[in-house]
Design a protein. Structure first.
Length: 166
């Protein structure tokens, strides 16, 4: 590519001027991603209140061999810091120790992607239960194909937990 600009169909941003006056372009092709961004996350809608969904979620986590490591009540936390929130937002960190051990046995750097997080929140009068899909996240973070079946198993179980919640 010449320093004059990006190829057609690409957006470009000059990132670094190199010593020999060439410009390194950061290219973002408009159609580079071959899957819709919505597959990065799973979001289900529930007719339950956030409180009831949270209670049912906690029960489902246990029934499916996962544990709850921590719950963040983002509405409470942010309001306590002077940032009012109209919506309820609870973020759960959950983990299946056996699956986490398998992931770390393949690629220790994946500790940065653990534990799994599931959010239960209200949005415009509806209760939502959502997560970033583990299979997509690990696919983006590691090239090791041995992680794929582990992430798919974890994702399948968490989707089951989410379905039991709604």
């Amino acid at each position: 590519m010449s320093p004059a600009g990006p190829p057609e169909g690409c957006k470009a941003f000059p990132a670094v001027a190199l010593p020999n006056t060439r410009v390194l372009w950061v290219l973002i092709h408009l159609h580079a991603i071959d899957y819709p961004t919505t597959t990065m996350k799973t979001i289900l809608t529930s007719s339950k209140s956030v409180d009831q969904a949270a209670s049912d979620f906690e029960d489902a986590v246990s029934r499916n061999g996962f544990g709850i490591l921590h719950v963040y009540n983002l509405k409470e936390t942010l309001e306590g810091k002077g940032f009012p929130q109209a919506e309820e937002i609870r973020v759960y960190e959950i983990c299946n120790p056996g699956q986490a051990n398998r992931v770390l046995g393949v690629d220790l750097e994946m500790n940065m992607a653990l534990p799994c997080r599931v959010s239960i929140y209200s949005q415009e009068g509806q209760t939502k239960v959502g997560m970033i899909n583990p299979s997509r996240m690990l696919e983006m973070l590691s090239d090791d194909a041995r992680l794929t079946p582990i992430a798919e198993e974890v994702e399948s179980t968490i989707v089951q937990i989410m379905n039991e919640t709604i």
